[in-house]
Design a protein around this ligand. Structure first.
Ligand code: AHR
Length: 489
């Protein structure tokens, strides 16, 4: 038997909706073919942006989109991506398949995409191979409302009004593909680049410093010590890889041992958020600086026959559970985690959408985002969990929140692929009236959606729960993600 205790009087921190953010890079078919097909495409589009993709992402309330990378960001020179498309210089995408990037999707197209999605743009600037002036001018180009060289250039390119972009990343993975810098060298550079990323008018910037990879706690310590007071957010990148980097494992052909490995590794996000957060607490006890997990998700071997530089992988029920595990951790650490971005939205790594020409499918991960959108901007309710184990780790994980209309949402995961988990939810200080729910599960742990069978894994109503006063008993089926909505009496 598993127990989850939730005390309504303890609700305090707001779950930032930006925890449910996305990341999209100029990588493989994420931008081109994924979001952007060009205005002359027979695929239905508005200004070159796919209508089906925009509708799907609006449905899950995408709050923000990080762009243009990733490793690509530190080789990207934004002025190559503005003005008449025919005049835009081409470049080699050296990180991702060595393909030619024609720069037809640039700043205007990205900000048009965000406008269509109704989400906040999050632009990652080039520190690795760009200049302070280049980043400073990008901010001016996007945000200055008045007479200036960059505002004039923007108007000449067809956009009079500034976009008022708030979220700016100052480099990406500066310890690796973003310049192979030491923490000390990057901290100094962060201070320099961030200084000239200016506030124009009422657009205050939320500046995000490049943070650590995985378990590199030294990086976090140095950054917080030397540059903490100049930043609003500090990033963290962590990918869930079932085996190791050389043999990551297949997205859809995996064993039960690999299933458990994946769950175990996904659950390590808890340790990362806790330990990086503890170091941040030493320097920032008020928790002013947000932990921004701006790259997370599963990373498998590419699908057989696809370009190894394009990182195209399928997405199964296993991925939906990984998403749910991460969401529960982010929700439960809402005081420190202010943003997170899944890598990557379409056709790359743990995607929520896959496309093939005009066809589009929604992955199990998409449905996890759909189920968890109820937590966006709700008040976190701390959860106390007593769990059975499966494969040597806790079988269930949970998070809970109460929204502005007093509806309580509890999200539950059972990672056990073979056994149902019985749960008792004790909601202290509440009298319960009614309950509805949604479940994501499937017959086999490898089940996934394909272009021929797009709805194999989809959300269904969840009914296996009963209310008695302030207690809910739930039977969580094997390998499932469930969210229940509880109305108070
Ligand atoms: O998401 C793919 C790559 O992973 C990103 O470009 C980089 O930041 C990370 O190493």
């Amino acid at each position: 038997m598993n127990r989850v205790a939730i005390n309504l009087a303890q609700g305090c921190a707001r779950i930032n909706r930006h925890i449910y953010g996305h990341f999209s890079e100029h990588l493989g078919r994420c931008i081109y073919g994924g979001f952007y097909v060009g205005e002359d495409s027979p695929i239905p589009n508005v200004k070159g942006i796919r209508k089906d993709v925009v509708a799907a992402l609006k449905h899950i309330k995408i709050p923000n989109l990080r762009w243009p990378g990733g490793c690509f960001a530190d080789e990207y020179h934004w002025k190559d991506g503005i003005g008449a498309k025919n005049d835009r210089p081409k470049m080699i995408n050296t990180h991702w398949g060595g393909v030619t990037e024609d720069n037809s999707f640039g700043t205007h197209e990205f900000l048009e995409l965000c406008a269509q999605l109704g989400c906040e743009p999050y632009i990652c600037g080039n520190v690795g191979s760009g200049t302070v002036q280049e980043l400073s001018q990008w901010v001016e180009y996007c945000n200055f409302d008045g007479i200036s060289p960059m505002a004039g250039l923007r108007a000449k390119n067809g956009r009079k009004e500034p976009w008022k972009v708030k979220f700016w990343g100052i480099g990406n993975e500066s310890w690796g593909c973003g310049g192979n810098m030491t923490a000390e060298f990057y901290a100094d550079n962060y201070r320099r680049y961030a200084t000239y990323a200016r506030k124009y008018g009422d657009t205050s910037l939320y500046k995000i410093a490049c943070g650590a990879s995985d378990f590199n706690y030294d990086w976090t310590r140095v950054l917080m010590e030397k540059a903490g007071r100049f930043m609003d957010g500090l990033s963290l990148h962590y990918y869930t890889i079932p085996n190791d980097w050389a043999h990551k494992g297949s997205a859809i052909e995996f064993t039960e041992a690999e299933w458990f490995n994946t769950m175990r590794k996904a659950a390590r996000m808890e340790e990362l958020v806790h330990k990086h957060g503890a170091i941040m607490d030493e320097f920032d006890p008020e928790r002013r600086v947000g932990l921004v997990v701006d790259e997370w998700g599963t990373w498998y071997d590419v699908e057989p026959g696809t370009n190894p530089g394009f990182l195209y992988q399928q997405n199964s029920l296993r991925d939906a559970l990984v998403a749910g595990i991460n969401f529960n951790i982010f929700n439960n650490h809402a005081e420190r985690v202010q943003m997170a971005n899944i890598a990557q939205t379409i056709n790359v790594l743990q995607s929520v959408i896959l496309t093939e020409g005009a066809k589009m499918i929604l992955t199990p991960t998409y449905h996890a985002f759909d189920m968890y959108k109820v937590h966006q901007d709700a008040v976190k309710l701390p959860v106390y969990i007593e769990s059975e184990t499966a494969g040597g780790i806790p079988a269930v994980s949970a998070s809970a929140s109460v929204d502005s209309e007093d509806r309580i949402h509890v999200s539950l995961i059972n990672i056990d692929p073979n056994n149902e988990q019985k749960m008792v939810l004790e909601l202290r200080g509440v009298s319960l009236k009614s309950l509805t729910g949604q479940i994501l599960t499937s017959e086999h742990m490898q089940d996934h959606n394909t272009f021929d069978d797009a709805d194999k894994v989809k959300l269904r109503p969840f009914t296996d729960a009963a209310i008695s006063r302030s207690t809910v008993t739930v039977n969580l089926p094997p390998k499932s993600v469930v969210t229940v909505e509880i109305i108070q009496g």
